[in-house]
Design a protein around this ligand. Structure first.
Ligand code: HEM
Length: 415
């Protein structure tokens, strides 16, 4: 390899062996060509033990049928359309009124928290037909999203140490494990309450779906941050929206322009902007696999049965070999053809933010559509000003959230 691979060992005596890679050839080998030799492994399932036997944790032949099924379900045009409509309605009925309230009070607020509230309400409405109402102007407490964040943070901590170590802490109920125990209780009580309220069969419910909101709201927060630093990109997106907005019925003072999912589906520059954020800020920045039987990587590295492989999706998005000299620039145009009218093809073993191979994210199209609806509507109707002097940095977590959130102020745009 050329600096894209290295080995590491766990603390002495633990026998932990790691292979860390962000080499596209190795990625293709691990995720596609020799996929069955690199399961997530028992360690991974243990780290996210709250989720039990759901798809997220299961691998191999046992997962084949449910995996095919979820891919089929999530690509059904009827389901996709209903998810889009649900997102659009939440934007119109809850998000826009709240944003108007924010502009009228000139309030500073945390966009990351607001996106959490939005995605949580959306997921719970879609899943249980119950709206928890976290987007109401009195900002009710958000115990459940906070508990989900804790699962992701403590999961990251567990990745970084030998299993025996965190298992002892769990047994003693100390440190992060104590925090996690409390979070698990909050989540179990919530799921039980929802199931009781809706009288739904328990087997159909996992918290997979609730979690998927995490990746979307994290990406949305980074997009707002990236856009605030690139006014020219905001102008280009608004230009792309202009012909659609002009066809809308004339709106009175303070009225909002609403974009329908159908209308913005084909906007390529907006999609390129989402991809550019996902490249530099993949919400799931790290992937962990285990080695079933010994193998030789395309880079020439040997791995042994039981080794742990870490794939840095974050580093993949920032590699000069893959993205060129200007790999660190935020530039949506890299995703477009020369004339700017179509999207360029980039294989998923290079753009790994949605994963690659059989475990590629089946919710990709839904996620892109949800983000398009939100970004288009917010950018057209508001200017988003990021408070200066904040320290923006990622949290140590399995999800690339911002440690201190993103404090912003909104101004109503005079179109
Ligand atoms: C920006 C948004 C999203 C990103 C970046 C993303 C990324 C990913 C990644 C990296 C995985 C692989 C996880 C792993 O195996 O370690 C995954 C799995 C999955 N995603 Fe997404 N996701 C997003 C949104 C969504 C949405 C909105 C849905 C549902 C509507 C969804 C449904 C799923 C499901 C069901 C899986 C498990 C698939 C399997 O194990 O075969 N995702 N996603």
């Amino acid at each position: 390899g050329n600096g894209h691979n290295f080995r590491a060992h766990g603390p002495p005596g633990t026998g932990m062996r790691f292979f860390v890679t962000c080499d596209p050839a190795n990625i293709r080998h691990i995720f596609t060509t020799n996929y069955t030799n690199f399961p997530k492994g028992a360690e991974f399932a243990a780290i996210f033990d709250i989720m039990g036997d759901n798809l997220f944790n299961v691998d191999g032949a046992r997962a084949l049928r449910p995996r095919v099924k979820i891919h089929t379900v999530l690509s059904s045009p009827r389901l996709v359309a209903s998810m889009e409509a649900c997102c659009r309605d939440k934007v119109v009925n809850n998000l826009l009124p709240l944003f108007c309230h924010m502009t009228s009070t000139n309030a500073l607020f945390d966009m990351q928290e607001l996106m959490s509230r939005f995605m949580f309400d959306l997921a719970t409405t879609a899943l249980f037909s119950v709206d928890p109402g976290l987007l109401s102007t009195d900002m009710p407490p958000m115990d459940i999203p906070v508990a989900m964040d804790t699962v992701m943070e403590v999961g990251f901590f567990r990745h970084m140490m030998p299993a025996s170590c965190w298992k002892v802490m769990r047994w003693l109920n100390i440190g992060p494990e104590r925090k996690l125990g409390a979070a698990h209780t909050v989540l179990r009580v919530f799921i039980a309450k929802m199931i009781e309220r809706r009288n739904i069969d328990k087997v159909h419910v996992s918290n997979d779906e609730e979690q998927e909101g995490d990746t979307v709201r994290t990406t949305l927060t980074w997009i707002f941050y990236n856009l605030a630093q690139n006014p020219d990109i905001v102008a280009t997106i608004r230009n792309e929206l202009l012909p659609i907005a002009l066809q809308k019925a004339p709106t009175g003072a303070g009225a909002m322009v609403i974009f329908e999912p159908e209308e913005i589906k084909s906007l390529v520059y907006l999609r390129a902007t989402l991809y550019e954020t996902l490249r530099l800020y993949p919400p799931a920045p790290l992937e962990r696999k285990t080695v079933a039987t010994k193998d030789i990587m395309p880079s020439g590295h040997k791995v042994h049965a039981g080794d742990t492989v870490f794939v840095s999706i974050y580093s993949m998005g920032r590699m000069r070999d893959v993205w060129g000299e200007n790999c660190l620039d935020y530039n949506p145009h890299r995703w477009l053809s020369k004339d700017g009218n179509t999207l360029r093809y980039v294989p998923s073993h290079k753009f790994l933010s949605f994963n690659s191979g059989p475990r590629i994210c089946p919710g990709k199209d839904i996620a892109v559509m949800q983000m398009k609806i939100i970004i288009a509507t917010v950018l057209w109707n508001f200017d988003v000003e990021v408070l200066e002097g904040q320290s923006i940095r990622p949290k140590s977590s399995c999800i690339l959230q911002m440690e201190n959130g993103l404090i912003v102020k909104l101004k109503k745009r005079q179109a």
